[in-house]
Design a protein around this ligand. Structure first.
Ligand SMILES: Nc1ncnc2c1ncn2[C@@H]1O[C@H](COP(=O)(O)OP(=O)(O)O)[C@@H](O)[C@H]1O
Ligand SMILES: O=P(O)(O)O[C@H]1O[C@H](CO)[C@@H](O[C@H]2O[C@H](CO)[C@@H](O)[C@H](O)[C@H]2O)[C@H](O)[C@H]1O
Length: 496
């Protein structure tokens, strides 16, 4: 890896710290001075450069880092342990060079490594200067420091360009310790007791994150299909719109994740071809999706696409396919059929197609079954897409197509490790997927959503578009799962 550049950090001072702040008294904590923060950031950069590419949420995997440039460094706690909030720009060289990506890091600095911080969360030992010998680590894993973050959210503090904001309603307890969430995820979350969950967005773009934007819109419209938003924090980067950094929501302690429920059913298929009846749940989930879509259509902008805009929609799908073919050449053989499906979308008589804000990355893992019914999570959209694109109104059926893919995933994932070895289970699993896909669509229509069967060209194009995204996603993150979306592409291409 090339040596990253070490630009000067833009650091913030809390206005009152010189007089009242708990200024660090024990080495090696951050000193709440511009010089103290800069020194720490410079010492941390080489460790960050090594650690970042090992993190699941890091989007630049496989591309060498050309430069690491601190954007804003804000000490949120001084002393030992210390807590440093850092926004850092990562630039890549060569053909992929561009403005780079900004990441949010929450760094803990302690003389003694806490037991809750495992090896993957440790960046290393700082050397030289004030911090010599201190451990630098991902503070998401330190209950004391994440507790500090909750206090800031509870009091609605401001530190330089960081603002902590609360929604109206019951006050927040400021004293709950946080534990790192162990779920597979694109960001990092901290769970506070059984009360709240704080998502720290890792890749930061200027502007309101759709997860906050849509969750607030749904909450304000009185929807109970999302966990209530309790607080968030944001940062104003130069003159642009504030960028959302974190979102605190009620934790659904008594909920079961739709993906786990579905997998449990599929795993038991062999012994009992109709274990439980997930189709009832799939139907309810369809209704819940339609309900969320209805509220979003009422409370956020909508539009209708004319023929030219539908051709643009299909063109964007074809462009995404072409980039996917470059990333995963195994897709090349399907390209003609998939392009034909996109062409058929432009020829279908869909003039006036309604579009609206949608979830954008709906799957069974984003659906929680609570005693009060299904609740949807994570309205961030596909993490790989630029934020402006994720905020565009879309056909609501895009979410339906995405959920249909998820039923296919649940059915296929047990077979992915041993393709062709259990034809009986393969048949049962594919019948399970078909049953639940149909139940979900029926529930969606019964809940007031548009009938997916009414626009087969649109549904097929949307499902292909999602499966193409999944091929790239799996190739990058979970290569052993790649056969799942590839098999779907194979099936969908056969229908053109
Ligand atoms: N409010 C919540 N209550 C309970 N569990 C949650 C809640 N929000 C998220 N989770 C759990 O955390 C996981 C990751 O959350 P998600 O919002 O999808 O994060 P990411 O955008 O980082 O992928 C979810 O799949 C779910 O298991
Ligand atoms: O939940 P995230 O916002 O992190 O979404 C990303 O990761 C998902 C996997 O965790 C991925 O979803 C794909 O795998 C799921 C099973 O793990 C499956 O149910 C989905 O249908 C499939 O798309 C999602 O695409 C990605 O954006």
């Amino acid at each position: 890896m090339s040596e990253p550049s070490r630009s000067q950090a833009h650091v913030h001072r809390e206005p009152s710290d010189a007089a009242t702040g708990p200024v660090g008294t024990r080495a090696p904590g951050v000193r709440r001075t511009a010089a103290g923060v800069s020194e720490l950031v410079q010492a941390a950069l080489p460790l960050i450069a090594e650690w970042l590419p090992t993190q699941r949420w890091y989007a630049g995997k496989g591309r060498p880092i050309a430069a690491l440039t601190p954007v804003v460094g804000t000490p949120l706690q001084v002393g030992d342990p210390a807590l440093l909030h850092l926004l850092l720009r990562v630039e890549h060289g060569g053909a992929t060079a561009g403005p780079g990506d900004v990441y949010q890091l929450l760094l803990g600095i302690r003389s003694e490594q806490p037991a809750s911080v495992g090896p993957m969360a440790v960046l290393g030992r700082l050397t030289g200067g004030t911090y010599d010998g201190a451990t630098l680590y991902d503070a998401v894993h330190d209950p004391e420091l994440t507790g500090r973050l909750l206090e800031h959210l509870a009091t609605g503090d401001r530190f330089g360009s960081l603002s902590f904001r609360r929604t109206p309603g019951p006050g927040l307890p400021g004293n709950l310790p946080g534990r790192a969430c162990t779920a597979e995820q694109s960001n990092s979350s901290v769970i506070y007791d059984t009360e709240f969950i704080l998502k720290l967005f890792r890749r930061i773009s200027p502007g309101t994150n759709p997860d906050l934007e849509l969750s607030l819109a749904l909450s304000r419209a009185g929807s109970t299909r999302i966990p209530r938003v309790a607080a968030w924090f944001e940062c104003r980067l130069e003159r642009s719109e504030p960028a959302t950094l974190g979102l605190l929501q009620r934790y659904l302690a008594d909920a079961e994740d739709g993906w786990e429920l579905a997998l449990d059913q599929v795993a038991r298929l062999k012994g009992d071809p109709s274990p439980g009846n997930f189709a009832i749940e799939a139907h309810r989930l369809g209704r819940a999706t339609a309900e969320v879509h209805r509220v979003l259509a009422r409370s956020m902008p909508t539009a209708r696409l004319d023929r030219a805009r539908i051709a643009e929609l299909a063109g964007a799908m074809a462009d995404r396919l072409d980039s996917a073919v470059t990333a995963v050449p195994g897709l090349m053989r399907y390209r003609p059929a998939l392009r034909a499906a996109f062409q058929q979308l432009t020829e279908a008589h869909l003039d006036g197609l309604p579009v609206q804000r949608i979830h954008g990355d709906l799957h069974l893992g984003q659906a929680m079954r609570t005693p009060q019914g299904w609740v949807l999570l994570d309205f961030e959209g596909e993490p790989a897409k630029p934020l402006a694109e994720r905020r565009l109104p879309q056909p609501a059926l895009r979410d339906v197509a995405a959920m249909l893919r998820s039923f296919d995933y649940a059915a296929a994932h047990l077979l992915a490790g041993a393709p062709g070895q259990d034809p009986e289970l393969a048949l049962l699993a594919s019948a399970w997927a078909a049953r639940n896909r149909a139940a979900y669509c029926a529930g969606y229509t019964a809940g007031g959503g548009v009938d997916p069967a009414g626009t087969p060209e649109l549904m097929r194009a949307l499902e292909i578009d999602k499966a193409v995204y999944e091929v790239v996603y799996e190739a990058r993150h979970r290569p052993s799962w790649l056969p799942i979306p590839l098999a779907a592409i194979n099936r969908l291409a056969d229908t053109v």
